[in-house]
Design a binder for this molecule. Structure first.
Ligand code: HEC
Ligand code: HEC
Ligand code: HEC
Ligand code: HEC
Length: 132
């Protein structure tokens, strides 16, 4: 356990040295499994998401944004607080129907781009791998 901790700290320091100039920006995990927790489907259907690989190709602002006091979308600015999609995209909030839950918001972002890029990338199993 102790060894693991030291390892983690060392790795962290190496990473920090590597990104030196952008120390203040938390990039989040490189690989994620996304799962709705508020408006979840009866049968959970987690989605895999290689965050790091997308960050290499896309700008943070292509996916992240926030909202103002009136509930309007505000474009991403460097260093802003990044909240979970579901914090805003849930059925308690006043959102257009298509964006009113995690599934809707995620499909509108992820699936639409995948579809526009290559039909094969829009297959359900690309993001929702079949259980082995
Ligand atoms: C292709 C879309 C996409 C791009 C590009 C992207 N992200 Fe993300 N990011 C996400 C998604 C989706 C999540 C998971 C949000 C959730 O759990 O609801 C996330 C999560 C995060 C988190 C963790 C938030 C939390 O509370 O768990 C951070 C930090 C983050 N991103 C930073 C960045 C930064 C900085 C960039 C640009 C260098 C970036 N992201 C680029 C989609 C993206
Ligand atoms: C702080 C609140 C907030 C968070 C967090 C948030 N959104 Fe949004 N999002 C909004 C608002 C407000 C709109 C505008 C809704 C409308 O059209 O009335 C919006 C619009 C969108 C749209 C429509 C296209 C566009 O860009 O306007 C998509 C797709 C979307 N969000 C996906 C996501 C995803 C995926 C995440 C997580 C990575 C996320 N949102 C996080 C508030 C948020
Ligand atoms: C603006 C476009 C865009 C957005 C938004 C986007 N992706 Fe992607 N994604 C791509 C492209 C392009 C590839 C293929 C990259 C490659 O083959 O190197 C990809 C690859 C992937 C892969 C790996 C597929 C494979 O077989 O290797 C997964 C999984 C994935 N995306 C999930 C997601 C999820 C989940 C989201 C939303 C949180 C998302 N993507 C948002 C464009 C996008
Ligand atoms: C490009 C990635 C992507 C593709 C392709 C995709 N989804 Fe999703 N889907 C997501 C993400 C991200 C979520 C939100 C996180 C989660 O799984 O709860 C989601 C959520 C869902 C949910 C709600 C899951 C839950 O646990 O509440 C269902 C049901 C669903 N998708 C079905 C489908 C079906 C059916 C297809 C094919 C027609 C499909 N998805 C294609 C990314 C994708």
């Amino acid at each position: 356990m102790k060894k693991l901790l030291v390892c983690g700290i060392t790795l962290g320091l190496i990473c920090m040295a590597g990104v030196g100039f952008s120390l203040a920006t938390d990039k989040g995990a490189a690989d994620m499994t996304l799962q709705a927790t508020i408006d979840k489907a009866k049968k959970a259907k987690p989605a895999i998401f290689p965050h790091g690989a997308h960050q290499e190709r896309l700008a943070c602002a292509d996916c992240h944004h926030s909202k103002d006091a009136a509930g309007k979308r505000v474009a991403y600015v460097d260093g802003q607080k990044i909240e979970k999609c579901e914090t805003c995209h849930n059925k308690q909030e006043t959102m257009p129907k298509k964006l009113a839950d995690y599934k809707g918001a995620a499909h509108a972002l992820c699936k639409d781009c995948h579809k526009a890029t290559d039909k094969k990338l829009a297959k359900c199993s690309v993001c929702h791998p079949k259980k082995k």
